[in-house]
Design a protein around this ligand. Sequence first.
Ligand code: UTP
Length: 296
Amino acid sequence: MSETMSKIKIRKAVFPAAGLGTRFLPATKAIPKEMLPVVDKPIIQYGVEEAVAAGCEQIIIVTGRGKTVIEDHFDISFELEHQLESRGKHDLLALARQISNLGSIAYIRQKEAMGLGHAVLMARDLVGDEPFAVILPDDVIDATRPCLQQMIEVFDDVQSSILATQVVEGPAISAYGVLDCQPTAKNPRVMEVKNLVEKPKPASAPSKNAIIGRYILTPRIFDVLEKTPLGAGNELQLTDAIRNLLQYEKVYGYRFEGKRYDAGDKLGFLQATVQFALERGDLGPEFRNWLKQLPL
Ligand code: UTP
């Protein structure tokens, strides 16, 4: 790998947040699912904090109709700050300020929910000609080292697109994009991707490595997305474009260390809520005691 190649940094993270969130109706009729709180933090904030912790300097959020409250959340709230300050609530004030200081955030609209691939394509001008991260905000990840940071460390080595994966056992694999892949000799968590199969029947799944909502993509994905025809559900599918990207470049899978929760799904959301609440110093002990006395 050349000296200049090894210097490419991941500076930008794209958050597609323009989907309709139908799996979480009725809550998502008027509230974006990205704003549903796990314990006391909107799910998109977990992802933004992860990107910032991994060194991303610019956050790009792809929004749509009814999503302006996401912009308000990451903006300064003068009234709130003024009131907290005048009441001497310094801890809460610091919490409010910390959110609006989370780095530079740009917004772009996806006018129609035409699929995840289409949402990523909307960020083309803001990303420009450099590799970038994609974080699906509904995938909330509990990890000692932020998942994206782990992926960036792998990127520093392979300088190619990387898809985060988790092992999914049994019939549940049919809900995911699945990798046909070969572990690399250097690190068994890093796998060279041969193909991607969207939602396979359990018997025909090429592996147990399911793609989850963290990606590092090279900018060539934009050209490929432009040429990728609409796929399942008449939407522009990111997995179709990544499969096409394989014609030009290597793509790697990375089995990250940590646990991912699909907070865009009711059961996953409940699991994330319980897990994150148990880990909280201020709530965990009391919540654990309460759970223990439930007649389960
Ligand atoms: P999902 O399929 O999980 O989101 O897309 P959804 O369509 O909002 O949810 P359901 O299935 O109807 O409940 C994964 C991510 O891609 C974004 C979503 O906001 C979510 O973060 N997305 C999806 C877009 O930004 N635009 C789209 O056209 C589709």
